[in-house]
Design a protein around this ligand. Sequence first.
Ligand SMILES: CC(C)(COP(=O)(O)OP(=O)(O)OC[C@H]1O[C@@H](n2cnc3c(N)ncnc32)[C@H](O)[C@@H]1OP(=O)(O)O)[C@@H](O)C(=O)NCCC(=O)NCCS
Length: 143
Amino acid sequence: MKLQRATIEDIQALLEIEKTTIGVKTYSRWRDEKEMKERLDSEVVYLIENDGVTVGSISYEIKNENHADISALVVKPEFQRQGLAKQAMELLLEELKNFKKLTLEVHPDNHSVKLYESFGFVTESRQENYYDGEPRLIMIKNN
Ligand SMILES: CC(C)(COP(=O)(O)OP(=O)(O)OC[C@H]1O[C@@H](n2cnc3c(N)ncnc32)[C@H](O)[C@@H]1OP(=O)(O)O)[C@@H](O)C(=O)NCCC(=O)NCCS
């Protein structure tokens, strides 16, 4: 497993990954090329590669020298429940270990809440009307 930094060349691959979340009510996906370009401009985006196959993606945004915000962890359905999201988080957290504060936003009904808790993230607050009208937990981990 490795995290491969995504570039503008990977926009279609990233959109394919996001498409696999259609119908997942607890995940708000990146929808088109324009949005994906903006994401690549503001975030560090990784393709998750396992045995040379792209199985998903994950990203983070540097908020300041002490704070990074993790977002958009997706593993394609055919590769789920094999521990790949967990491994990707391990690699990302190792990369981000020098940031004192890590945050992420997750829908309270998303099963990844358990995954984040297993890495020491705790719920700091809850927002009822996020940009998609759904609630979100703001989770935090202090390094
Ligand atoms: C969330 C997601 C990335 C998990 O990927 P994954 O590779 O299947 O996760 P893992 O196999 O590493 O599982 C890690 C833990 O997550 C939880 N989990 C993952 N899938 C789950 C499911 N379908 N039901 C309940 N818990 C689940 C479990 O706690 C699991 O640990 P366990 O297997 O020891 O019980 C994947 O389901 C996905 O891409 N979903 C759609 C997008 C999304 O909602 N992303 C979250 C954004 S915040």
